[in-house]
Write a protein that binds this ligand. Structure first.
Ligand SMILES: Cc1cc2nc3c(=O)[nH]c(=O)nc-3n(C[C@H](O)[C@H](O)[C@H](O)COP(=O)(O)OP(=O)(O)OC[C@H]3O[C@@H](n4cnc5c(N)ncnc54)[C@H](O)[C@@H]3O)c2cc1C
Ligand SMILES: Cc1cc2nc3c(=O)[nH]c(=O)nc-3n(C[C@H](O)[C@H](O)[C@H](O)COP(=O)(O)O)c2cc1C
Length: 581
């Protein structure tokens, strides 16, 4: 994945843009060569301008290895790099996708940041690294000092599973653990900062880079490309909803809303591919039901916290244990939490908790992310979102998604939504405007591609554009149908393929469409097309990935191993990009 220089880099704005244009089309090898070449040139005093050579200090190497799907681990890895460089280490950040256990075992100092996905799975790009590490012939790590930070979400049964397994495996392979692993939930910033500080201090004490005493390293969590004074999760911007249109038909089984937000005065400068974090509120009716089940109705301060600040929907295994301990009841088995929420637990022992016990039991309410479905070049100081309402029934109860229903049911035009920017520098249009792109975006996965298409139209990009969209029914769920058809007319969209799963007896999904179009798809890829996938992580993205491998095998007349190598090469080339959730 190409690194993108932040706007804070010490160059003029147009130079940053020019460098980013070049860097974004380089391979990792080219970037490594360039950085080595420039460093060598500078150290040798060989540049034409008289550049002072760097002092020949011996800096301890530190490899920061991350395994990510949605970028949190990578953003944290960048923070470890910054903090460790300040301490005098020579840090290097690497993606598990581009690293092997043998390379890891050859490092002296290794910090690993790994997220868990699916149901206790590694992020897709980290699968090869992870499997090789777990294999019988994995290398020994006796030479390596290591520390692991695991990212996850306590709402999942296999909480931080991948970080935990990597940590255990490195120790079993003889690695020297410099500090205990930390498992971080969705509100990882504060614990991660503490861990980064203590780990680097510990490592520093062992390696003796520089005497920092008890100095505190400042870790800031701005993501690449994000301005440091822009609105954040803690200080979001109240964006007015200027338009709110239901896109799904009245007979649709889903409920999807197009929302236009005014970003005027926000300082939020998104690029197509970014998403907005929405700081949502819980349904007050649910908050009242929780208060009632807890026997704490009438406490207005607590009620406000339950609506605004605390997660009153998910139910974790830890909460089952904590609740049993606090109430002196027998812990419920872990499987009991599946499909249940905190209210179900409270109702097993009504009125058993104090206010303090209840607020300690609950997690902070996490923001939800929505892909921006527009380009600023087309819509100015607006951001468009596409929000699908989540409703389902489990254990005989009707349940609602917190943020999607807050946006759909409890906000009207003229109200405001609290938002902040979440940049995604790895999900960008190609820097070269004439490169063809294939966009696979069923359901709300189409959102960023509307932004891509607006941007390509506004910039007059000449590259061909192919969109593969899917949903349930043609008549009720064809999101942005008229715009897409206009873009076919105007030839901005070279090709539009659709898969409506419920319009015929057998289910039909985007991966079936891709398979049917395999010879064209292969030809586009051979022409250098970049392929984007956005939407559901659990089923769709996995099925699309498996189908792409089948297509490369079939069309390239090669076996599975060669097909996988080809897809890996396309990914390393920055031409297979995913934003899945
Ligand atoms: C980078 C990114 C971009 C995104 N872009 C978009 C977008 O453009 N549009 C969009 O609509 N969403 C998008 N999402 C998803 C979005 O962030 C929310 O996850 C989604 O709206 C649901 O949030 P919620 O608060 O309504 O539901 P929550 O309250 O978070 O509920 C979700 C939870 O409900 C449970 N659940 C769901 N269905 C069932 C079921 N059938 N049975 C039992 N339990 C169930 C699961 O535990 C699930 O985790 C994106 C996510 C990411 C990470
Ligand atoms: C579809 C999906 C599946 C997930 N599965 C798990 C899981 O099984 N266990 C876990 O601890 N966290 C799980 N998570 C939470 C992620 O690990 C968490 O959001 C993490 O911060 C992502 O880090 P990344 O951005 O580096 O990929 C899941 C998240 C999503 C969206």
């Amino acid at each position: 994945m190409p690194p993108i220089l932040p706007t804070t880099a010490p160059f003029a704005e147009e130079h940053i843009a020019a460098l980013n244009r070049v860097i974004s089309v380089t391979t990792p090898e080219q970037r490594a060569w360039l950085s080595g070449y420039l460093a060598g040139l500078q150290a040798a005093g060989g540049s034409q301008a008289a550049v002072p050579a760097a002092p020949p200090a011996k800096r301890a190497p530190l490899t920061i290895l991350f395994g990510t799907e949605s970028g949190n681990s990578e953003a944290l890895a960048a923070q470890v790099r910054k903090a460790s460089a300040k301490l005098g280490f020579a840090p290097k950040v690497v993606d598990m996708a581009d690293f092997t256990p043998a390379q890891a075992a050859a490092t002296e100092n290794l910090v690993i940041i790994a997220a868990t996905w699916g149901e206790g799975d590694p992020p897709q790009r980290a699968v090869d690294f992870y499997e090789a590490l777990m294999a019988d012939d994995a290398p020994r790590f006796e030479k390596t000092r290591f520390a692991v930070l695991a990212l996850g979400d306590r709402a999942y049964a296999q909480y931080c599973e991948i970080g935990r397994k990597i940590d255990e495996r490195l120790a079993a392979l003889g690695g020297n653990r410099i500090t205990d692993r930390i498992d971080c939930d969705l509100d990882y910033e504060t614990p991660a900062t503490g861990w980064i500080n203590s780990t680097l201090e510990r490592l520093n004490a062992e390696v003796g880079v520089k005497d920092v005493g008890a100095s505190i390293i400042h870790v800031d969590f701005a993501r690449p490309g994000q301005e440091s004074d822009a609105p954040t999760r803690a200080h979001p911007f109240a964006a007015e909803i200027t338009e709110s249109i239901r896109l799904s038909g009245s007979r649709s089984t889903s409920d999807t809303l197009h929302v236009t937000l005014s970003l005027e005065g926000s300082g939020i400068a998104y690029e197509p591919g970014d998403s907005l974090g929405v700081v949502a509120s819980n349904n007050p009716i649910l908050a009242d039901a929780v208060l009632k089940a807890a026997g704490l109705s009438g406490d207005d301060t607590l009620r406000a916290s339950l609506i605004e600040r605390l997660d009153i929907t998910t139910l974790t295994h830890k909460q089952l244990e904590d609740f049993a301990r606090e109430t002196g009841t027998k812990p419920l088995p872990a499987e009991w939490a599946t499909g249940r929420r905190i209210i179900d637990l409270l109702e097993t022992a009504p009125g058993a908790l104090t206010v303090a016990q209840l607020t300690t039991l609950l997690r902070p309410l996490a923001p939800r992310y929505y892909s921006v479905a527009s380009s600023r070049k087309a819509v100015g100081e607006e951001a468009h979102l596409l929000v699908a309402g989540l409703r389902y029934t489990s254990h005989g109860r009707e349940r609602e998604g917190v943020a999607s229903l807050d946006i759909i049911e409890r906000h009207r035009e003229g109200d405001s939504l609290k938002v902040f920017l979440r940049t995604n520098p790895h999900f960008r249009l190609p820097a070269d405007n004439d490169r063809p792109i294939i966009m696979v975006g069923p359901g709300t996965g189409v959102a960023p591609f509307r932004g891509f298409l607006q941007e390509r139209e506004a910039t007059g990009a000449t590259g061909r554009n192919w969109l593969v969209f899917g949903h349930r029914n043609y008549t009720h769920d064809f999101l942005y149908q008229l715009e897409l058809q206009d873009w076919i007319q105007s030839k901005l969209l070279t090709r539009l393929d659709v898969a409506f799963s419920r319009d015929q007896p057998e289910k039909r999904y985007v991966q079936n469409t891709l398979w049917d179009a395999r010879s064209d798809l292969y030809a586009w890829l051979k022409d250098g097309a970049a392929l984007y996938v956005c939407g559901d992580a659990n089923a769709m993205a996995k099925d699309v990935h498996a189908t792409l491998l089948r297509i490369l095998a079939d069309q390239g007349k090669q076996d599975e191993v060669a097909a996988k190598a080809e897809l890996d090469a396309i990914r390393r080339d920055g031409r297979y990009l995913r934003d899945v959730y």
